[in-house]
Design a protein around this ligand. Structure first.
Ligand SMILES: Cc1cc2nc3c(=O)[nH]c(=O)nc-3n(C[C@H](O)[C@H](O)[C@H](O)COP(=O)(O)O)c2cc1C
Length: 193
């Protein structure tokens, strides 16, 4: 079965560490015969949620930007791979902005009891690829909490993430002895599940 795999590169560094891992994952999926799409946050015009709660009425956001385009992709993807760095011990703002703007989906799902996903009859699965400069043991805790919340909202099962700490300057991930092999393995697992 050919799956559609959506990758979202959330780092502002287009050639940064998390995006490099994402490119490896998408290349793996492509090699395995699946359809891939890569979206860079930096190519989109996305504004933060204003907390106005207007979406509670009909699940429609008052902010006119690229979020509906991204939501369309999120609804139709069979697999989601989200690559995001840690900033100030949490997800970087770009990633968090995307997640917060899914409040329209929250409204549709929980207030209006609508099914968000065009069910193709099989489970959707998502993979989080994360990088952080420090090696603090809890450095990914806050990020994982938010990503799990996003995946739960989107009815996406949370796969074992690939998280790399102690990786700072852009491209440093290339020196990691196992990261790329682990990402390939995690992606393959995502595709056969
Ligand atoms: C504004 C900013 C804040 C950061 N805060 C943290 C932090 O709190 N903890 C940490 O481990 N790394 C922190 N980092 C380092 C990044 O997580 C690290 O450089 C990561 O590899 C970046 O991934 P990227 O290349 O995909 O953007 C920060 C980097 C920036 C630019």
């Amino acid at each position: 079965m050919t799956l559609s795999v959506l990758g979202i590169a959330c780092s502002p560094r287009r050639n940064g560490n998390s995006t490099r891992l994402l490119l490896e994952a998408l290349e793996t999926a492509k090699t395995e015969g699946h359809t891939t799409e890569l979206v860079y946050f930096s190519d989109l015009k996305i504004n933060p949620c204003q907390g106005c709660n207007a979406c509670s009425a009909k699940g429609i956001c008052v902010i006119k930007d690229d979020i509906p385009k991204l939501q369309e992709k999120l609804i139709h993807a069979d697999r989601l791979i989200l690559a995001a760095p840690i900033f100030m011990m949490g997800l970087n703002a770009q990633t968090k902005i995307i997640i917060d703007r899914m409040q329209t989906f929250w409204a549709l799902k929980y207030l209006h009891h609508q099914t968000l996903v065009n069910s193709s009859g099989y489970e959707r699965i998502g993979l989080y690829l994360g990088t952080a400069g420090t090696k603090k043991p809890d450095v990914f805790d806050c990020a994982e909490r938010s990503i799990k919340t996003l995946f739960h909202l989107l009815d996406i099962q949370y796969a074992q993430p690939c998280l790399y700490s102690g990786i700072d300057h852009a491209g440093e991930i290339n020196e990691h002895p196992t990261a790329f092999a682990e990402v390939r393995k995690a992606t393959q697992a995502l595709l056969i599940s």
